[in-house]
Design a protein around this ligand. Sequence first.
Ligand SMILES: Cc1cc2nc3c(=O)[nH]c(=O)nc-3n(C[C@H](O)[C@H](O)[C@H](O)COP(=O)(O)OP(=O)(O)OC[C@H]3O[C@@H](n4cnc5c(N)ncnc54)[C@H](O)[C@@H]3O)c2cc1C
Length: 426
Amino acid sequence: MPYIDSYYADNRISIAPFAALTEHIQADVCVVGAGLAGLTAARELAAAGKSVCLLEAHDIGWGASGRNGGFVSDGYAEGMGALEKKLGRDHAKALFALSQEGTQYVKDRMAGFAIPQLPMGRNWLSVVRHDVGDDMLRHAAQMNTEYGANYEARSTEEVRASLKSDSYFQGLEDGNAIHIQPLNYALGLADDARAQGAQIFVQSPATDLQKLRNGFELTTSNGSRINCGQVILCGSAYMHHLYPRIEGAVLPVATYVVTSAKRPDLLENAITYRGCISDNRRAGDYYRLVDEGQRLLWGGRITTQRSEPKKLATLLKNDIAKIYPQLSELEIEYAWSGLMGYCVHKMPVLRELEPGLWTATATGGHGLNTTATIGKVVAEAVAGTSDRYQLFAPFKAQWGGGLLGRLGTQMSYWAMQAQDRWDERR
Ligand SMILES: Cc1cc2nc3c(=O)[nH]c(=O)nc-3n(C[C@H](O)[C@H](O)[C@H](O)COP(=O)(O)OP(=O)(O)OC[C@H]3O[C@@H](n4cnc5c(N)ncnc54)[C@H](O)[C@@H]3O)c2cc1C
C-alpha cells in the first residue's frame, strides 16, 4: 500500500528506492517491519558486521513511525512512578537511563544525516488543565535529582505567556526533548542501514515463519524465502497472522493527527512556543507548530476502534477551537490516523520468545526514543555483545484478552477521560 495522505508523506525526502524481495536469500538475521524499531535493529546489526535483511510489508516508516506526533523525549509509555513501584528504584533508574540513550541515539543519527528540516524544534512543554499548585516543582526536582532528567517547572503565567489559552495552568518543560519529521527520520535511517550493509525489501510482507533445525525460514507473499539464523519481529500493531503469541499481546490503539493550512497570522495570536506541547490528561492533546511556524500539527484522542471517524478533520478542528477559540477559523489540510502497539503493562516487549526468535515491539504512544532504545538493545542481544535486554525481562508478552481485552481497554479510556473532565470541573 502507498503512504497514507499526510503532511509528512507530502514533505518526505527522496532516497534511492528499495525493491521487493523476489528470490531466495540467506542472512544471519532477518528483521520483520521497517518501522523505527526494525530499522534501528537492522542498522545496528549491520554496523556490527552481521548480514541482515529487513522485510517491510508496505514502505519505510509506513506504520506508526511515519505518522506520529514527532515528539522525541526520555521515558516510556508507562510512568517512572509506576515503574519504581513495580521494580524498585535502581531498576527504574537503569531503565530511564536507557531511555535517555534512546533520545541521544536519535539526535546522534540525525546529526549525521544532513536532511533539511529533520529536527523541527527543541523542548517539550507538558501542561495541566487544572491548578496543581506546587506539584510540578516537586516533580521536576525529584526527576532531576533522582533520575538525571532535565525538567523545569513553569508557572501558569509563564505557560499562558506562550500558549494563549485559559484552559491551561502549570507546566513542566523537558529540556532534553526535541521534535522531528518522523517519516524523514525513518527514511534517513533506512538509507543509513543500507549504507552499513543491511538489505532492505519493501512491499514484501512476511506471511509465514517456520522453525528449521538450524534457524528459521520466512516466506513472503510472492513466495520468496529467507533462511536465517535469527529473527526479530518488529511489526507492532500492524502484524497479522505471522506469530499469534505476539499479535495477541500487542493491542492496537488508534490516535489521530491533523495539520492545518498555512495561517501564521492566526497562529501567532495563539501559540508562540516553538517546542512540542501536550496536556497531561489520559488521552490528551499533543501539538506543535511546523513549517517555520506557519502550520499547526495537532494530535489527540485514543480509541481501540481501528476504523477512522468519518469527520476526523472536523472532530479535531473542534478540539483545537475548544482550547484556542482564536483558532476557530483555522482550516485543516491533512487528517490521518495511526495505530500504536500497547501491551497491558504499557512497556515495550523485548525478549527472546524461543531460541533465536526475538521481538522488540509495543512501544505504545512513547515510541520515538523507545524504538531507538529497544532496537539498539535487541541488536546487542542478537549479536551477543550485551545482556542489557534483561532489564526488560519483567515485561512479558502477556495476552491482551482479544476482543474482550479491547473492549475493556476502551472502557478504561472512557473512565479515565471522565476522571479528567471531573478534575477540570473541580
Ligand atoms: C498518531 C500517532 C502519534 C504518535 N505520536 C508519538 C510521539 O509524538 N512521540 C512518540 O514518542 N511516539 C509517538 N507515537 C508512537 C510511535 O509512533 C510508535 O511507538 C513507534 O513509531 C512504533 O514503531 P515500530 O517500529 O514499533 O512500529 P511501526 O512504526 O508501526 O512499524 C511496524 C512496521 O511493520 C510492518 N509489518 C507488520 N507486519 C509485517 C509483516 N508480516 N511483514 C513485513 N512487515 C510487516 C508494518 O507495515 C510497519 O511498517 C505515536 C503513534 C501514533 C500512531
